[in-house]
Design a protein around this ligand. Structure first.
Ligand code: GUN
Length: 285
């Protein structure tokens, strides 16, 4: 069994980002700047945002955090984004999800300047991903998963890929990415899928992003499958994935651990996207 070590790969990517930024700064350029917006006090979101801010610091990206009250109005939040869109010193804008239920999330995402949308969630970037157009920004988690597969030389060509979870953040963009150049045959399952096991058992590569702890059991996978676990669930103070890792470990070809698999790669790709939009904005090609 190959353990797909996202933590190690993320560290390698962060080091190369740090080196690149230090060269730009030594040349007298300003460092990249990312604004991170957190609305309310969701404890999991607070942890993720703090990690993003800390990792920015580690590589030399300036982070401008905005901690906004949970009762902020739609218009007030749109105004904050509007001012960041117009601020030449800000390269990237990230609005941590989920937002409180009185906020229209898709409307908020649409307000972000697509060239500053480091999450790749704006419809313009989603459209570029869907149509295979260059110059878009890829969503961090699917992008990070592709990097893990590349690093471990896991070929996607002609593979049967099954994704469990059809969110806009992971499942749907992940499916589109596997469809690029018609490389893989993609199935996306979700909460209304009639017989989940029937699909997952056919997967050469299985990506699971549901938020249901230990949903995927040993009898639900094919011998020798590659399993990517996107889940981060807290149970009795312990972090577990959407996959029963212990049950699967001697049946898979390769698997991501939780923690230390996909999670660190999501943050690394956020930093990579921030560096990329910065380079475009300051004219470094
Ligand atoms: N919430 C869970 N994952 C993500 C992510 O990748 N980006 C943002 N902005 N919010 C999230």
């Amino acid at each position: 069994m190959i353990l797909l070590d996202g933590k190690k790969l993320a560290q390698k990517i962060k080091e190369s980002i740090k080196d690149e930024i230090s060269i730009f700064v030594a040349q007298g350029k300003r460092p990249p700047t990312l604004s991170v917006i957190l609305v309310g006090d969701n404890p999991a979101s607070q942890i993720y945002v703090n990690k993003k801010i800390k990792d920015c610091q580690e590589v030399g990206i300036v982070s401008k955090p905005f901690f906004l009250p949970k009762d902020i109005t739609q218009i007030e939040l749109e105004d904050v984004i509007g001012s960041l869109n117009g601020d030449d010193e800000i390269d990237g804008i990230l609005v941590q999800l989920p937002l409180p239920s009185h906020i229209d999330t898709l409307e908020i995402i649409q307000c972000i300047n697509p060239n500053k949308d480091v999450d790749g969630f704006h419809p313009e970037n989603v459209g570029k991903l869907a149509t295979g157009r260059k110059g878009g920004i890829l969503p961090c988690t699917p992008y990070g998963i592709m990097k893990i597969l590349q690093e471990y030389k896991i070929d996607t060509f002609g593979k049967d890929v099954v994704i469990v979870g059809a969110s806009n953040i992971v499942g749907k963009p992940m499916g589109l990415l596997f469809l690029w150049e018609e490389r893989s045959t993609v199935t996306i399952c979700h909460r209304n899928t009639k017989d989940l096991k029937e699909h997952t058992r056919g997967a050469d590569i299985l990506v699971v992003a549901t938020g249901v702890p230990h949903l995927i059991k040993r009898d639900m996978i094919k011998e020798g499958a590659v399993v990517i676990d996107v889940g981060i669930n807290r149970i009795d103070g312990k972090i577990v994935g959407d996959v029963d890792f212990e049950g699967l470990r001697d049946k898979v070809y390769a698997i991501t651990p939780v923690p230390g698999g996909v999670g660190p790669m999501t943050v690394a790709m956020l930093l990579q996207n921030t560096l990329e939009v910065y380079k475009r904005r300051v004219g470094i090609l």
